[in-house]
Design a binder for this molecule. Structure first.
Ligand code: NI
Ligand code: MN
Length: 229
């Protein structure tokens, strides 16, 4: 059974059988980060898209640990130019393996680019990730709005759905609740809220509505908290 640890914003760590997988490890500059870059020791890093609040510390962590980085194609190619030799690009519909698991790229309705301080680089597409790891299937929606094909993603048989609820840049709580009815996961974990003023939301109220209005359980994780999933 894997553990899921929230690192703040959209950053998570999965761990099972001694393998650690980081997802969207935005720590430096993240006011809600529970960890510093040097605290992460993953074997794999999974990225949903190129925005700075998702790529985060990926380059530093990958260079230090040699972690395999899995991202959509253009982002992976850009990461190689930054010295991340272990970057592997995939795209929607494709499944890429890492130590102990796999990640399937599914659609996300959003944009994707990295701002290097001067210009926007690493064009490409955003994705959600259906991660099979430690005997569980965990959907990281990434940044997205609600879309009807979440019903198809739900057919993957989701143990956990990690959904953005911040509004403004992604779906907000009301649309995330509709997403739960399409995805039908056993457990819902909200993320991408309360990091910055435009995305302040009540995570506990969202989780309560998940429990009351859908067939799924809801769990709010504070940054640094871990649950078994
Ligand atoms: Ni984004
Ligand atoms: Mn974001």
């Amino acid at each position: 059974m894997p553990t899921l640890q929230y690192l703040g914003h959209s950053a998570f760590q999965l761990e099972a059988d001694g393998v650690i997988v980081a997802v969207d490890p935005f720590l430096t500059g993240n006011p809600k980060a529970s960890h510093e870059e040097k605290h992460l020791h993953p074997q794999a890093i999974l990225l949903t898209h190129a925005h700075n609040d998702h790529v985060g510390d990926t380059v530093a962590i990958a260079k230090r640990t040699g972690a395999k980085v899995i991202a959509t194609f253009e982002l992976a190619e850009w990461l190689k130019t930054q010295g991340v030799a272990g970057a592997t690009g995939g795209n929607h519909g494709g499944t890429v393996a890492f130590e102990g698991g796999t990640a399937k790229f599914v659609p996300a309705w959003h944009t994707s680019s990295y701002f290097d301080g001067t210009t926007f680089v690493a064009p490409g597409v955003p994705a959600g990730l259906v991660v099979r790891f430690g005997g569980r299937t965990i959907y990281f929606a990434g940044d997205t709005c609600l879309f009807g094909d979440m019903a198809l993603i739900g057919e993957e048989g989701l143990d956990v759905a990690v959904l953005p609820i911040g509004d403004h840049f992604t779906m907000g709580p009301a649309d995330a609740l509709r997403a739960v009815t399409l995805l039908k996961p056993k457990l819902v974990v909200p993320c991408h809220y309360d990091t910055f003023p435009p995305i302040e939301q009540d995570g506990a109220a969202f989780a309560a509505r998940v429990e009351a209005e859908t067939g799924s359980r809801g769990a709010v994780l504070k940054p640094g908290e871990t649950l078994e999933c």
